[in-house]
Design a protein around this ligand. Sequence first.
Ligand code: CS2
Ligand code: MG
Length: 407
Amino acid sequence: MKITDAKVFVGGPAKNYVTLKIMTDQGVYGLGDATLNNRETLPAKYLQDYLIPNLIGMDPRRSEDIWQFFYRGAYFRRGPIAMAAYGAIDMALWDIKGKLANLPVYDLLGGKSREGALVYAHATGADLEDLMDSIAHYTEAGYRAVRVQCGIPGMPTASYAVPEEKGAKHFITDYSGIRPKVESWDSETYMRFMPEALMRIRDRFGPDLKILHDVHHRLTPREAAAFAKEVEPARLFWLEDPTPAEDQDALRLLRQHSTVPVAIGEVFNSIYDCNKLIENELIDFIRIAATYAGGITHARRIVDLAALHHVRTGFHGAPSHSPICMAAHAHLNAWAPNFGIQEYLVLGTPECDALFPSDHRMENGMVHVSDAPGLGVAFDEEEATRYEYTPGSHPVVRLEDGTMWNY
Ligand code: CS2
Ligand code: MG
């Protein structure tokens, strides 16, 4: 069996997705997601210029060897661009493998460990009152877990992922051009406001709601430890990215001072970014995504290491990823013995469903994986002709005096 061709599509409704389609001599094809948010053309180019010409003629069933060939063969290893490109190939090969076996990918991984995967939604508010309305909207829709982000008095754009003005829809990526907007940040103001706000949310919604909060890499290790200690009474489900994650030792101080569960890893792309965090049991949830972490093959290795250390999964599921990556997560979530929760935003808009038809479904705050062979998601190439690449950028963050900070 041989790979005969592969194509890359860049574009999509409201944002750019990088979609890979691998064709074989037996008529079976596979789909993968290489979307690297705000840098979408780069994994696409890597696929087109180097990886696809090498893929043609390879046996698609040998997904492990193909992964090793590209990872080791590159010589210069890892990095988000390369890992997203390998990730797309790997997902497509698992899709093909499932279609050949006539089995959903979760069965190839070891079968279902649960009936549905708990998800969390994103609630945001320009102020606390606005945020309470947004949380109520999701709890009324059946969500049992909600991530809460709130504007801070006196610093309207200071807290990550908050609408600029009341009622405005928030898109993190600004597609009006390639130059980023600048937001401002002050850790002291944030640390004075947020613990009390989280406590008020807990009081208002009661003990059962799972409340998550994302610090988006903004605090120093000492600040993060102080903050984590202060938010303990709100009994968060998790505190996400309290410090910049590339320093794996930064979490030690937090662990000495607080028992708040910590989630980290949405910017990681390899097991070597999180092995110390996992082995030293400095985190409770690992936030990798199948796309950035080199596909199902490498993500599964991270999930297995995490399982040895009581670390559960919480795969990144921001609109950064296409429904193909979310389908890969649905299969990993159905299987992983150490599943924790799934961030859930992508599926559901009519345009997105038309481009990526699937019967993975959300019900009562849980995702139910599709039983179709392979990944269980399709790609409508006719629909895809409606979209093209649109340059855009995340905001950047500066302190009041102009110093660059972490977005
Ligand atoms: C965020 C992301 O979902 C999250 O937890 O931190 O939305 C992140 O900002 C984007 O994926 C960046 O592209
Ligand atoms: Mg995050």
